[in-house]
Design a protein around this ligand. Sequence first.
Ligand code: HAM
Length: 434
Amino acid sequence: MEPKSAKGVFDILPFDPDAEGKWRESHLWHYVEKVARECALTFGFQEIRTPLFERTELFERGVGQTTDIVTKEMYTFQDKGGRSLTLRPEGTAPMMRAFIEKNLAHYPSLNKYFYISSMFRYERQQAGRYRQHHQFGVEAIGNDSAYQDVEVIDLLYTFLLRLGLKNVQIKLNSIGNAESRTRYREQLKKYLYPHKLQLSEESQARFETNPLRILDSKNPQDKKILEQAPSLMEFLDRESHNHFVEVRTLLEELGISYYVDPFLVRGLDYYNKTVFEITAAELGAQNSLGGGGRYDGLMKELGGPDLPAFGFGVGIERTIITMLGQKIAFPAPTCPLFYIIPLGIEAMHYSFTLVSQLRKANLQTEMDFSGKKVKQSLRLADAIGARFIIVIGEEELKTKRVVVKEMSSKKEEVIGVEEIERYGKLHNRLHENT
Ligand code: HAM
């Protein structure tokens, strides 16, 4: 058997030797996930972890029968009991399912949730598009005001800003209520009908199943045809229109710049009123960093109470790739504070106990127990970025005094062994950046 990962998936490693693989290094993920958690908590969102798989019908009903996700991209399988299960392709429907199942509407709570989870979609492999990807997502349940929309957009914006991202663009649109979309759909079909045969194959198929998604087409010929298409904006119901005006006012009050993209419809069926996407030029064709919107009917559709909701999902892969593309500095990965090199069997036992004690004091410490030559140990200590080296031999055991050598400055200090912990705490910058 060839030891090769499945197509479209990847490992997240402490160090990726592949020149293109820097974004897969785990310390970058730790940092982005840490900032995501901090931002979510600051905005009053609490963590939810749903199972990796759900009953297939949840996504069929939740995400929509005609969406690409449901028709082409789900990892669906039968378990040994003959049940149809699906690896979650997105996080919103599982969140709704958990909320309904646990009756969470009956408890006093802010009902604001976040998740950092892997998602699975059988997509054509290309840069920025994977078959397992990871999202930081949030869902705010129970409030239908424009404030809720903008609070969530502000959270995503704050997250990207804290990471230091520049030149991200917020695309905003309103897709109104179901009736306004039905009226628009008819007009759009009427407009597209004479051009139907010139449309891309995919758009021709969508003409029957989900014509609004044609607006999202990246095909240049489709785009040209769409230039003269009627705009969804003109068909908005009054309530959605007023809501959209309020969202725009609030965004402007917070100083969040955006532009209205009347062709933004998003690829999942549950949205109504506000939809938005954040894009970054560094991502090329797959330029969407994150997106979301309002989905007031989903909870009811899934058999729960009729509660409005608003949320987003942002791709962690794409966030890290964009940060690297913009040359944004990440905190350095943590490195050992001490690297201890024992000489001889007695020193080995002594050092092993010392290392254990230092670690209990939260000091990152490594020791060489491979019995390598000192020169080789020093080379490894240097490669893993150890800050101080302590060699323990017969003399040190006798005098209970050691030389602590700083690798970068080559400065040496002689201290008593009982002082190592205090010395370490003084110099410990271990958790400073993590
Ligand atoms: P989505 O637009 O399908 O929305 O995905 C959100 C983000 O996940 C995308 O903007 C992108 O960064 C990332 N993403 C999606 N598919 C892939 C892929 N194959 N490879 C890499 N990254 C990917 C949702 O999933 C909605 N549940 C968001 C939401 C939450 N709406 C309301 N609440």
